[in-house]
Design a protein around this ligand. Structure first.
Ligand code: SF4
Length: 386
C-alpha cells in the first residue's frame, strides 16, 4: 500500500525515509516540498536524487481528500467541503481580513458534545479525522490560495480549530497536526496564531498545556452551571468551577497568554445585563492575579432544529459594554460567510447523507474559483448547481 505523506509529521517522515534507506535530512527536504511548496509530484522535487524520487513513486503519494464543493461568499470568505469517505464530509473556511488570513478547520466528522446552539452538534458524531485529514485542510487551502492570489508568501497567518468537532476528543491526531502547523519546515506558525477551541474537556486541557500550549478558546456561553448544563451538556461532567481552574492551570504553560471565552448570544437565554454582570463576577481576577481572560461574543446563527434565536444587536452591544466596563477585553465577532453557511456553528449540514449536503449546497449562491485542479483537488462534476 502506498503511504500518503500528508499523514506524517516530520518525525514520522524521518522513520519513513529511514525504512527506504535514506538519511534524516531527506525527510526534512520532503517535508518542505510538501508543506512549504505544495508539491504533489515527486518529479517536482528537484533537489532529491533521482533514485529516491523513483523509490517514492512506488511507495508513497501526496493525496488530499476530494473536494465536494467550494463556495465564495460575497465578503470573500471561502468554504470547502472535503469528502472524507463513507458518506462523511467536513468543512474548512478561509476568512480574509485586513492584515491576516484565518483558516477555520475541522477535527471530527460530526461532534458528540451536542451543544444546543450548534448545527454540527445536532448531527451527532461520525468519526475522528486523522492527523493527515486535519493538516490537509491547511495544506490544500494555503496552496490553493497562493496560486489564485499569485503570491509566493504565506496567505494563511492564523489557524483556528473551530470547525466541526471537539478537537480535544481527538487528542492524538490534534497534537500531531498542531506540531506540523508549528514546524518551521512546514507552516512555521507561532503557537499564538494557532487556536484550539474546546467545550471544556478538563483533563485534556491539562494535557494540551503540557504537550503543545497553543492559544486556547473555551466555549463558555453561560454564567451558571444550571444554564450551561443545558447549552453545553459536557458541563455536567466538568462544571464551570473546574473549567475555570483548568483555564488558569493552562496559562501556566502559556505565559502572557489569555484564555478567550466564546459566548454565543442567544436571545432571552443568556444575554441579559444581569447575566453579563454575573459573568464578569465569575471570572474577575482574584487579588494578586492579573487579567487572564477575554471575551468573544458570537452572534448566534439560527438553524431550525435549535429552537433558539439570535440576540438583537443592541443587546449584544449592551452585554459587551458591561464586560468591557468591568475591565475585560471584549470583542463581538463579525459574522462572515452568512450567504454560504460558513458562519460559526453552521458547518456541514448533514455529514451522514452527503447527497443532501450536495443538494443543499447546490441551491446556494455559489461561485466556483477557476481553475479547480489545485494541489490534490479532484473535481466532482454535477456539484455546485452545474
Ligand atoms: S460547539 Fe463545538 S463542541 Fe459543541 S457541538 Fe458544536 S462542534 Fe461540538
Amino acid at each position: 500500500m502506498t503511504a500518503n505523506l500528508l499523514d506524517y509529521d516530520l518525525e514520522g517522515l524521518v522513520v519513513f525515509c529511514e525504512r527506504l534507506g535514506e538519511k534524516r535530512f531527506r525527510a526534512t527536504q520532503l517535508f518542505r516540498w510538501i508543506h512549504q511548496k505544495g508539491a504533489t509530484q515527486f518529479d517536482e522535487m528537484t533537489d532529491l536524487a533521482k533514485s529516491l524520487r523513483e523509490k517514492l513513486k512506488t511507495s508513497a503519494c501526496i493525496r488530499s481528500p476530494t473536494i465536494i464543493a467550494q463556495h465564495i461568499s460575497s465578503d470573500g470568505t471561502i468554504k470547502w467541503l472535503f469528502d472524507v469517505g463513507a458518506g462523511d464530509a467536513v468543512e474548512a473556511v478561509f476568512i480574509p481580513e485586513e492584515g491576516r488570513g484565518t483558516l477555520c478547520i475541522s477535527s471530527q466528522a460530526g461532534c458528540a458534545v451536542g451543544c444546543r446552539f450548534c448545527s454540527t452538534g445536532h448531527q451527532g458524531f461520525s468519526r475522528n479525522l486523522t492527523s493527515g485529514e486535519i493538516v490537509t485542510q491547511l495544506w490544500f487551502a494555503e496552496h490553493f490560495l497562493r496560486k489564485h492570489l499569485k503570491v509566493e508568501e504565506r496567505v494563511i497567518s492564523n489557524v483556528v480549530m473551530m470547525g466541526m468537532g471537539e478537537p480535544l476528543q481527538n487528542y492524538a491526531a490534534l497534537v500531531q497536526s498542531l506540531k506540523v502547523m508549528l514546524d518551521d519546515h512546514a507552516y512555521g506558525l507561532s503557537r499564538r496564531r494557532v487556536t484550539v477551541s474546546t467545550s471544556g474537556i478538563v483533563p485534556m486541557m491539562d494535557r494540551l498545556g503540557m504537550d503543545c500550549p497553543v492559544a486556547l478558546a473555551v466555549s463558555l456561553h453561560a454564567p451558571t452551571d444550571a444554564l450551561r448544563d443545558d447549552l453545553v451538556p459536557l458541563n455536567r461532567k466538568y462544571p464551570i468551577a473546574e473549567l475555570l481552574d483548568a483555564c488558569k492551570r493552562y496559562l501556566a504553560y502559556a505565559p502572557r497568554d489569555f484564555i478567550t471565552f466564546e459566548y454565543c448570544m442567544l436571545d432571552g437565554v443568556n444575554d441579559s445585563p444581569a447575566q453579563a454582570m454575573e459573568l464578569a463576577a465569575l471570572v474577575r481576577p482574584k487579588a494578586g492575579e492579573g487579567a487572564w481572560c477575554k471575551f468573544n461574543l458570537i452572534p448566534f446563527n439560527p438553524f431550525p432544529a435549535s429552537g433558539l434565536l439570535r440576540s438583537p444587536q443592541a443587546k449584544v452591544v449592551a452585554f459587551a459594554k458591561i464586560l468591557s466596563d468591568a475591565g475585560f477585553v471584549t470583542t463581538i465577532r463579525k459574522t462572515r460567510g452568512d450567504d454560504i453557511d460558513a458562519a460559526c456553528g453552521q458547518l456541514a449540514g448533514d455529514v451522514k447523507d452527503r447527497t443532501d449536503v450536495v443538494r443543499r449546497i447546490s441551491k446556494q449562491r455559489t461561485i466556483m474559483l477557476k481553475p479547480v485542479n489545485e494541489p490534490g483537488m479532484q473535481r466532482k462534476e454535477g456539484v455546485n448547481g452545474k
